[in-house]
Design a binder for this molecule. Structure first.
Ligand code: SAM
Length: 205
């Protein structure tokens, strides 16, 4: 099982946001898709705390999917499906056989700054297809706003990411808002989290 110290630190506050935004639908069983699940720590914790969501974890990396499988087995999680290979930069028709209008919620935690713009485009167009009407897309990460990155620790992070991979870096919230708009979603909330991170919540109209 892989362990991400950052996931260990942030899962609880992320879980609180999810509980809050999903509360109005807590009377029924929901279906949630996680993109770029990584180690699997988040999805396992969310399943423990939010039992009314059945989660589908996914990642492009085999080692992540192996780790998620190990967490599912170790915790005997009943509401987490086996992880699937899903490359969010691909058209949604290639997203592991998922059907359109099948998801109540899609989450992408620390995915957008660690992937190309093509992935951001894929996330929003995929969410536009896969989400049910009124379904939610929640992204968590660090962002630029109107092309400006503040404070200096985020500027450094952006530079480090771009050095690791020139296609990576902090996405701009205004660009994401436009991608959302083009896919039939609207940005509904921007929630400030620790260390200048934010949760962005988009709703499919
Ligand atoms: C920084 S990690 C975050 C993992 C986890 N969400 C977390 O916060 O601990 C980014 C993850 O996204 C995955 N990833 C990168 N590009 C992707 C893509 N195009 N589609 C799906 N997953 C991708 C990576 O394999 C990695 O597991």
């Amino acid at each position: 099982m892989l362990v991400s110290p950052q996931a260990e630190r942030n899962w609880e506050s992320l879980c609180s946001v999810l509980e809050e935004v999903l509360e109005e639908q807590s009377h029924r069983q929901l279906f949630g898709l996680e993109l770029g699940s990584g180690t699997g720590q988040h999805v396992i914790r969310f399943a423990q705390k939010i039992p009314f969501v059945t989660w589908q974890p996914s990642d492009i990396k085999q080692e992540s999917r192996d780790s998620i499988k190990a967490y599912i087995a170790a915790t005997n999680a009943k509401t987490v499906l086996q992880p699937v290979h899903l490359d969010a930069s691909e058209p949604w028709e290639k997203w592991a056989g998922l059907h359109n209008n099948s998801c109540d919620v899609i989450i992408a935690i620390n995915l957008l700054q660690y992937s190309s713009f093509k992935t951001a485009q894929g996330v929003f167009s995929g969410a536009g297809q896969l989400l049910k009407q009124n379904g939610l897309l929640m992204t968590y990460g660090v962002y630029a706003i109107n092309g400006i990155i503040t404070p200096s620790c985020n500027e450094r992070l952006d530079a480090e990411l771009r050095q690791l991979n020139p296609d990576w870096g902090l996405p701009d919230i205004d660009v994401l808002r436009q991608l959302a708009y083009g896919s039939g979603l609207r940005m509904e909330r921007m929630i400030e989290m620790d260390d200048y991170y934010k949760c962005l919540v988009f709703r499919k109209l």
